[in-house]
Structure formats: C-alpha cells, structure tokens
Ligand binder design. Structure first.
Ligand code: FE
Ligand code: FE
Ligand code: ZN
Length: 296
C-alpha cells in the first residue's frame, strides 16, 4: 500500500472540504494544501474552513489524517536580516501551525529560508532561532515542521543535507522537526536521485538520519542534475524519469511515508488523476499530456 496524492487547493466556500473532494477526484489517499494563498498571509477564519465536514469525508473514504500535509506560504523568510520581518515570520508560522493542528494534519512543510544580505551560516542560525520560538509558542501540539530539501535557487537554504542537519542540530525539541524530501529539488541541487536513489538516501542517513523523512514531494525536473532551477515536470517527462520515480515511490524503506505530486498543470488542467493512475499501474503513458489536454 502506498500513500499517494497531490497538491490540492483550499478555496471558495468549500475550503477544506473542497480539498478532500479534489483529492478523492484524483483517486488519492493523501494530499497537501496551503492554508491560503501561498504568496500572501491572508487567511480565512477557522470556523469558515469546513473542517468537521472535511474530516468526516476523509474518514468515510479512508484518508488518514497522517497523510494530510499542509504547506507553509513561501513568502515568509525566517532568515530575513530585518528583525521585524523575522518576528512576523515567527508569528505567522505559529498561527499556521495552530491551523494545521485544527485541520488534523500531522505536518507542515516549510522552505527553510533564504540568505538575503547575510551569510549562509547566519541564515541557518536565524532559521533555527525562529523555529525554536515557533515550537515554544505551540508547545503541546505534535505538528511537525518538515524542512524541505531545496533546489538551491538564488540564496535558498537547504540545498544540501548538511544545511538541513545544521538547522536541526540547533533545534531544542527535535520531535517537532522532520524533512520533506523533494525529488526535483534534490536532483536540481546535484544529488543523483535518477541513477542512485539508494546512495543518496545512504548519504542523507549519514548526515541527517533517514528517520527524519516524513513526506516526499515526487516531481520530475525540467532541467539537468545540478541546474538549481526548480522547475517541475510531469512524471516521466523530465530528467529524472518515470522508472527512477517509481523506484522511489515504491522503496520499501519509505512505504508508509506519504508521497505528494506537485507536477505542473497541462494547459490549465490538473494532471494528478492520470499521474496517479500511471503510478498505480507502474506503467508510463507517453500520451499522458495529450490525454490531459483533451479532457476538456
Ligand atoms: Fe515546497
Ligand atoms: Fe516541493
Ligand atoms: Zn519546487
């Protein structure tokens, strides 16, 4: 049994209930949502999110809350040199974690941050300071903060396993942090997940510890290994390739870990139902994009 799903939206009046419905329409048994627009910090009040209804629908359809992932907005930067902005990031992440808890999800994925106008070392210190504060602010909750492996675009922190380890080392309550392993990002930052996933994981295990991986983002990449571009491609159409991604999805070390697709829409249509179908049949369909386009 694998737990596979995609990024789904949380919007309109249906909110969280709509997210579950969308996931079910893709035949998914896992999913990931942003708690609002990822590029801003405006959020609907909890009472309007249809949380109870969403949880009931999940239960009815055997979607486990442990396979529901929240993604923090990517505009906040815990490594911002401006203390006021760092404080805002801490405050906002705190409220996002409370929201994640109310939604019943077990983890929130976070881009660690970006070293703008400071050294990477300083950025890592600020990130872990911020995380320690957030964890204190949400004491008693079990929601994990899953630090995402990053492609290394611009000044992104988290492009190497060592940087993630350095952050985690400075976290006081390590039960509250984990890692989101993104296949496109690790490939783009230079790790050979295409030909040597086992070797990459061995390295991750030595540096961080593989028990820290709590979710995978399964994405192909539009670019060659080491490009640091972070442009996702539909499953099997990129430089990682279908067979390598299937091996990762079905790796027995991580069978119980949820896997989330973040592949691009094809001419405005979501590709997830078809991609999940390919994953379940383990058979690549070279006509996938045409099929998706022709759906409308
Ligand atoms: Fe992400
Ligand atoms: Fe990702
Ligand atoms: Zn990405």
């Amino acid at each position: 049994m694998i737990y596979i799903g995609s990024h789904v939206s949380l919007k309109g009046d249906e909110m969280y209930l709509g997210s579950v419905e969308e996931a079910l329409s893709y035949d998914a048994n896992a999913f990931m949502v942003y708690t609002g627009a990822p590029q801003n910090t405006k959020r609907r009040p909890l009472e309007e999110m249809k949380i109870k209804e969403a949880k009931a629908l999940m239960k009815e359809n055997n979607i486990l809350l442990s396979n529901v992932i929240v993604h923090a907005p990517y505009i906040m930067n815990l490594a911002n040199p401006d203390k006021v902005k760092r404080d805002f990031a801490v405050e906002f992440l705190t409220s996002e974690i409370k929201r994640t808890h109310e939604m019943g999800a077990s983890q929130i994925v976070l881009h660690p941050g970006s070293a703008v106008g400071s050294t990477r070392e300083q950025a890592i210190k600020w990130i872990s300071e911020g995380l320690n504060e957030v964890i204190k602010n949400t004491k008693g909750l079990t929601v994990k903060i899953a630090l995402e492996t990053m492609a290394g675009k611009g000044n992104e922190i988290g492009r190497t396993f060592e940087e993630l380890r350095d952050i985690i080392n400075l976290i006081e309550d390590k039960t509250r942090v984990s890692v989101c392993f993104d296949t496109c990002h690790t490939h783009d930052s230079g790790y050979d997940v295409r030909n040597n996933f086992k070797g990459v994981i061995e390295e991750f295990d030595k540096v961080v510890g593989k028990e820290y991986i709590s979710v995978f983002h399964i994405n192909d990449s539009k670019n060659v290994r080491g490009s640091r571009k972070d442009r996702h491609e539909n499953l099997g159409f990129g430089h990682i390739g279908f067979d390598s991604l299937i091996k990762i999805i079905y790796d027995e070390d991580f069978l119980s870990i949820p896997k989330i697709l973040e592949s691009p829409y094809v001419e405005g249509n979501p590709p997830y139902k078809e991609e999940i179908m390919m994953i379940k049949s383990k058979k690549f369909n070279p006509n996938l994009k045409e099929i998706i386009v022709n759906k409308t």
